[in-house]
Design a protein around this ligand. Structure first.
Ligand code: SF4
Length: 146
């Protein structure tokens, strides 16, 4: 089960309005199990810091695509960076969203980077026999796993 801000208000003493401000840019999502592992009495709990939004995320630094994935995107949701490996983005969310994620841009509502044309992706894979493995990043696996 996934938790939203409504659920968090029961356990967080932080200023939820501030956190909502961050979520306006970078969505929040976490599973109930993950949240159950957090020591809520410790503001620096490492698990808490991984999934709970912080104002620091709004600091104006860094780039939205630090791995330059756009450079290797050959079709929406299909990256082909290394000759024998392709990467498929079949979803634009994770069961829990890590605040440090280098694909954070994908979780923003206005960003559409997941596969939009599966037939075209399959045709590309078939026509590139050098591709011997296809990677599904975590946000894709969360969908495949159901
Ligand atoms: S892709 Fe990985 S790092 Fe990014 S939110 Fe999902 S699990 Fe976390």
């Amino acid at each position: 089960m996934t938790t939203t801000y409504g659920h968090l208000s029961q356990v967080l003493n932080d200023d939820l309005n501030n956190l909502k401000n961050v979520e306006g840019h970078f969505p929040f999502k976490a599973t109930e199990y993950y949240l159950s592992l957090i020591d809520w009495s410790d503001p620096s709990d490492p698990l808490r810091r991984i999934v709970i939004p912080s104002q620091g995320e709004l600091a104006p630094w860094g780039v939205a695509d630090p791995s330059r994935e756009h450079r290797y995107t050959v079709l929406p949701g299909l990256e082909h960076k290394y000759p024998t490996t392709a990467l498929l983005l079949v979803s634009d969310t994770c069961a829990s969203i890590c605040r440090y994620c280098f694909r954070k841009r994908i979780f923003q509502r206005e960003v559409k980077e997941k596969i939009s044309d599966l037939d075209a992706v399959m045709a590309y894979l078939r026509s590139h026999q050098e591709i011997t493995n296809v990677l599904l990043p975590p946000q894709s696996r969360s969908v495949v796993d159901g």
